[in-house]
Design a protein around this ligand. Structure first.
Ligand code: ADP
Ligand code: ZN
Length: 830
């Protein structure tokens, strides 16, 4: 029997596995996937057992100390998936395993620092002085508390000196898990039938209140078929726990424990809905999908292309039902739970009691209990955002990713960087399960991959038109197909030259007037991301570009300069438009608030509702705003990106895109694609009922192919044109990118490090035989300074950018305090 365990230690930066001896008393309990505590260096840390071995890799092994949970917290397939992810994403195994350890159970080691001297000696360094002062004021602190109190101070370096001088002491600690199963005590009747008459049974002295209470408790319990919560007994009889303990000692009742579940859905009472009969489109898609699903040898991804309202969710529901019938589990990923309540509710209604919801707003306890119920097989369907992919279903047989183009499926800001869509592909191959990606606007890289691999692409070309008043209650006979709303492109340069300086064009004004007059609803969409970042001429539409690389220049307000994010070219803000010579050239900077005032100025009686980061900051605000609008307590909804998500708003007959160009002018090679997707999705909000709908798309660049394609619903045309451009410019899918980000609190240090790394890479590329390999940068990041940290980046573009780093690891020149982040296939270059 194996008596050693190979463990991935839960220290995120650490690579490699470590062997530990399994102590005799834990033999048999320690299996692959169990979470254990053990010594590491001088600390106690947590780790995941990845395998058992007979012979340790090193002669000297330490002993595992304790088990965190008696059952494995990771399944076998999750261990395989984590290994795969680490390799695919340039991440460490422990970072990937950590994604799968249930929240609250996972603990990172920390240190506890105690002050040991009352006076601060005069000869300490400034940093040491700040640390000692903090400890004197607040007493013993954990490392993470010191981090919070002294942000951006490299205090850890000054620790050893202080310990040596006896000014402080430090020891390692491992905080206890933050969550535990919720247990209640129960009582169950176990007295003989004749307990009332039996003289032998003395439950209390005659005439005392205790006797009355205990008798009442027994009478209550005698009526209960099953063990009940002791709380109920207290309430029914006035007993206390000492009364019940006494009865238990007399063996008249049996006290036990049961685990209860904290259920986030407790208050949601679903209405059961019957599956509809498929439309002919759905039936043919289903025929295409069936051979791919639940065929462990196939496991190829399926792409389901269809606009919102085309009936995709019905396909998901059917596929889920079939998977459950085979005894396997289902994972449904949605971009953001709070923005897709309608999808979630339909799953609850169709599969009552079987669906677990996983998202970031659950309390730690709720999340932990949901996790346990999923692991035990009680909840065979999981719905959630990106991280729901790591739910421990005993046997996942189907993964559905709705709105698969959504950027939230990529973990971009924290490590490990991974893409849930790719990871779902790996998972479905490991478990032999089906995979369905649904989208109205799949990305060109996805389409390209499907074409290259000849994977199944199914289309739902038409909208299922539902009843305006009862969107959820239609019969198949009523499921007629709706038209996509007509799109009108408005050239904003013309508006200006004709003397209209408002953000609302004449066409949009007229349509809005009509909507208000007919008592319908309108949505005005304003893209905020990067909106103040590019500089263009209001008269001719000219956009400031880099003379060397032709990318859009970015306005940096802090330096009041225009910067090229490809080559770091800089210039001052121009006084006149280089193209037409007029002085109307500046950055675009309209917010939702000023748009609201513009609307109210032209339509004082309109009821306007704003949905943006400001108004939706509070918990539940999304639902509230949506409810308000759905119940027609507002006529016009002004919103940002959030509006693009899959909302079903039947009374909306007009969508106005206030300025389509904003996202088009971001210095990112996916700018055109993002704009096309966003415009298509926003347009899809109009005309969801038989009232029809209309879209007004305002732009300074009416001839751009992304705008033209969006206006004519020409997905195929956009795809071809975009791919041709990507190939010419050498961007994905014709290359892969690796973004290396340098971060430091010292602006000069990070600048120097990035330049030095750039030079090293350039000479490595020149010396080696790397095919089609080039650098973009080094340049300061688009958001150059964040939370006091300065950021620079280099992008390596190559068929496989990992190769060059394997041969030329970036280590030698790193100054202290520098953080380097590797992001392979990033979706955000800014
Ligand atoms: P999507 O997921 O593509 O947005 P849905 O599946 O939500 O599309 O379908 C849009 C609307 O049409 C929903 O209200 C849905 O209940 C209804 N619907 C879909 N398929 C059918 C069908 N076969 N018969 C009747 N109604 C349907
Ligand atoms: Zn440039």
């Amino acid at each position: 029997m194996a008596s050693f365990a190979r463990v991935s230690v839960n220290i995120p930066q650490l690579t490699g596995l470590f062997d530990y001896e399994v102590p005799g008393e834990l033999a048999g309990q320690i299996k692959p996937g169990t979470l254990v505590n053990m010594p590491f260096g001088r600390q106690t840390v947590q780790g995941v057992v990845v395998s058992l071995v007979d012979e340790p890799a090193v002669p000297d092994t330490k002993l595992i100390e304790t088990l965190v949970d008696s059952e494995p917290v990771l399944t076998d397939y999750q261990l395989k998936l984590a290994a795969r992810m680490a390799e695919d994403n340039m991440a460490t195994l422990s970072q990937c395993l950590d994604l799968m350890v249930p929240p609250g159970l996972s603990q990172h080691a920390d240190i506890l620092i105690q002050p040991a001297a009352a006076e601060i000696p005069a000869d300490v360094t400034p940093t040491q002085n700040r640390l000692l002062d903090l400890l004197n004021r607040r007493g013993a602190l954990r490392g993470r508390q010191v981090d919070a109190a002294l942000p951006r101070v490299n205090w850890r370096e000054s620790l050893p000196g202080l310990v040596k001088r006896g000014l402080i002491s430090s020891c390692s600690i491992l905080p206890p898990p933050a969550v535990r199963p919720k247990i209640v005590r129960t009582a169950h009747f176990s007295a003989p039938d004749n307990w009332r008459e039996n003289q032998e049974i003395k439950i209390g002295r005659a005439g005392t209140p205790a006797l009355e209470r205990r008798r009442a408790a027994l009478e209550f319990l005698e009526e209960q078929a099953l063990p009940v919560n002791v709380g109920w007994v207290y309430a029914a009889s006035g007993t206390s726990s000492s009364d019940l303990n006494r009865l238990a000692e007399l063996e008249l009742i049996h006290l036990g424990e049961t685990e209860i579940w904290r259920d986030p859905l407790e208050n949601l009472k679903p209405v059961l809905t019957q599956p509809p009969v498929f439309t002919s489109d759905q039936a043919s898609v289903w025929q295409q999908l069936v051979p791919q699903l639940n065929n462990p040898r196939q496991c190829k991804p399926n792409l389901l292309v269809g606009v919102t309202g085309s009936g995709k969710t019905e396909i998901y529901l059917r596929a889920a039902a079939e998977t459950l019938a085979l005894g396997r589990g289902v994972i449904i990923l949605v971009p953001e739970i709070s923005l897709t309540p309608q999808t979630v509710k339909r799953f609850f209604a169709r599969f009552p009691g079987k669906v677990g919801l996983v998202h970031s707003k659950l309390s730690a306890g709720e999340r932990y209990d949901t996790w346990r119920r999923i692991r035990s097989g009680q909840l065979p369907i999981v719905i959630g955002a990106r991280s729901a992919l790591f739910s421990p279903l005993p046997d996942p047989g189907l993964i559905v990713i709705d709105e698969a183009h959504d950027p939230s499926y990529r973990q971009e800001d924290t490590q490990p960087h991974y893409d849930a869509v790719h990871t779902a592909g790996s998972l479905s191959r490991i478990t032999g399960g089906g995979l369905i990606l649904g989208s109205a606007t799949p990305g060109v890289e996805t389409l390209y991959r499907f074409e290259r691999n000849r994977w199944n692409v199914a289309h739902l070309p038409n909208r299922v038109l539902s009843h305006a008043d009862q969107p959820d209650r239609i019969t198949p006979a009523q499921a007629v197909f709706g038209e996509l709303p007509a799109v009108e492109v408005v050239d904003m340069r013309r508006e200006l030259s004709d003397g209209n300086r408002s953000a609302i064009s004449r066409a949009l004004h007229n349509e809005l007037a009509g909507v208000l007059q007919r008592g319908e609803q309108a949505i005005l969409f304003l893209n905020r991301r990067g909106s103040a970042s590019y500089v263009f001429c209001r008269d001719c539409g000219y956009v400031m570009r880099c003379p060397r690389c032709d990318t859009q220049l970015t306005y940096h307000a802090d330096e009041s300069a225009l910067i090229c994010h490809t080559c770091n070219y800089r210039r001052a803000m121009p006084q006149k438009c280089p193209s037409c010579g007029k002085t109307n050239i500046r950055q675009f900077g309209m917010g939702t608030q000023s748009l609201e005032s513009a609307v109210l100025k032209e339509f004082p009686a309109a009821r306007v509702l704003r949905w943006d980061a400001d108004t939706a900051r509070y918990k539940g605000a999304h639902d509230l705003i949506l409810d308000h609008f759905t119940q027609h307590r507002a006529d016009v909804l002004i919103g940002t990106q959030m509006l693009a998500k899959g909302l079903d708003l039947p009374m909306v007959t007009l969508v106005g895109v206030v300025l389509a160009d904003v996202s088009l002018n971001l210095p990112d090679f996916r700018a055109a694609e993002r704009t096309y997707q966003l415009l298509t999705q926003v347009a899809g909000r109009a005309g969801r009922s038989n009232r029809g709908g209309r879209v007004i798309l305002q732009t300074f660049q009416p001839d751009h192919y992304a705008i033209k394609a969006a206006a004519t619903y020409d997905a195929e045309g956009f795809y071809r044109e975009e791919l041709a451009w990507r190939q010419r410019a050498g961007y994905p899918p014709y290359s892969r990118l690796l973004k290396i980000e340098f971060r430091h609190t010292d602006a000069l240090a990070v600048h120097k490090a990035a330049i030095a790394a750039g030079e090293q890479l350039v000479s490595a590329i020149a010396a080696g035989a790397y095919r089609n390999t080039s650098l973009i940068g080094p340049v300061p990041c688009f958001y150059q300074k964040r939370a006091g940290v300065y950021r620079w980046q280099i992008i390596i573009r190559a068929p496989d950018p990992r190769l060059i780093l394997e041969e030329h690891p970036l280590t030698s020149w790193q100054p202290a305090g520098l953080k380097v982040d590797f992001n392979l296939d990033p979706i955000n270059l800014l």
